[in-house]
Ligand binder design. Structure first.
Ligand code: AMP
Ligand code: MG
Length: 332
């Protein structure tokens, strides 16, 4: 059993730089776009960065132990949850359809299933076969035909994940199912990393994990200050003050491809099998938990502004900080 971080909140309880701590929202293989920026005095902060979980991770804290604590925790959880690591529990589950999981992996899948329920199926980690089909896993993008989408859709639905609390068994009901934790794992990592920092007596730290941020405590007796960039990269839209909060952004500019003048982005609608067409270009959510901010921003992106706002209200302490829409969903 892995002695790890399980945060027992219930679902109802989510690149470069250095001098200025610019935060990029995206996998470094995808489209680069700054989403948020740390501004204000950068004095006396120890900063370090790595490429982990396929993205840039940057840590800033007055305590010089903080970056290594955060990086170690990210590596530990990546080894469990990454579908890109062949030995991870998630890879083994996707390969065999059944595993006896660590309590941690079990916990994250259980939370994901709760989000599936709460979002009426908009958030669904079983989109794995669709993510593969559209080429987002390998970054070899393609427009699938209708038959292939219909076949992949038969493998989608978190109701087909069987969880046994007693022995942490996770089992798929249908052969060929695959889970993809890309919309929730980073948030969980942020929660665990901040818990590790607290355990070590570190009260103040800012972690940027590929554009998803956790602000632990305060910076120089004031909340951490962040600026959200415009989703198409022009200037700043909003300024935020964060303290013991996470922010997550889901957008159509992170990973996408253009075919025949239309944009196809990486967040898929589990009902249609196509990239979500809710009209949202980008949504930024703040929450006391990274996991909740992460899952919620993805769910809202699929649901759209109206239904997404109703969903956000179910989670105390969460807020839609910014939302941009474009009614022509396939715009470039
Ligand atoms: P995020 O950037 O947090 O919104 O997560 C997007 C990633 O989650 C995608 O790159 C996919 O790996 C995965 N994903 C895509 N569509 C969904 C969905 N409807 N529900 C859950 N995960 C999804
Ligand atoms: Mg997410």
């Amino acid at each position: 059993m892995i002695p790890g971080c399980i945060l027992r909140n219930t679902i109802y309880e989510r690149r470069y730089t250095i001098s200025s701590f610019v935060v990029r929202r995206s996998s470094f293989v995808g489209c680069f776009l700054f989403a948020v920026l740390l501004y204000g005095c950068q004095c006396q902060l120890h900063k370090d960065n790595r490429v982990l979980m396929g993205t840039f991770v940057e840590v800033a804290s007055a305590d010089k132990r903080a970056p290594e604590i955060v990086f170690a925790e990210i590596r530990r959880i990546e080894a469990l949850l990454s579908k890109y690591k062949p030995e991870s529990e998630i890879s083994r589950l996707n390969k065999t359809g059944k595993i006896q999981a660590s309590p941690e992996t079990f916990y994250v899948i259980k939370k994901a299933k709760e989000f599936w329920q709460a979002s009426g199926g908009a958030f669904d980690i079983t989109v794995g076969p669709l993510v593969d089909l559209w080429g987002f896993t390998e970054k070899k993008y393609r427009l699938p035909d209708k038959e292939s989408i219909a076949a992949a859709l038969k493998l989608v639905g978190s109701d087909k994940i069987i969880l046994n609390e007693e022995n942490y068994m996770i089992e798929f009901k249908t052969q060929g199912m695959k889970v993809d934790l890309g919309a929730i794992a980073k948030g969980y990592v942020l929660d665990c990393a901040s818990a590790k920092l607290k355990e070590s007596g570190i009260k103040s730290c800012l972690i940027n994990l590929g554009g998803q941020v956790y602000a632990l405590g305060q910076k120089s007796a004031r909340p951490w200050k962040m600026a959200i960039r415009d989703s198409r990269g022009k200037g700043f839209k909003k300024y935020l003050e964060l303290e013991d909060k996470s922010i997550a952004t889901s957008g159509d500019y992170e990973q996408y491809f253009i075919r025949a003048g239309s944009r196809y982005a990486h967040i898929l609608d589990p009902k249609t099998g196509y990239p979500a067409e809710s009209g949202i270009v980008s949504v930024t959510v703040s929450a006391p938990s990274g996991l909740i901010a992460d899952a919620l921003s993805t769910a809202i992106f699929v649901l759209g502004k109206e239904k997404g706002s109703v969903l956000a209200k179910e989670f105390p302490g969460t807020k839609i900080e910014d939302i941009s829409e474009n009614n022509d969903a396939r715009q470039q």
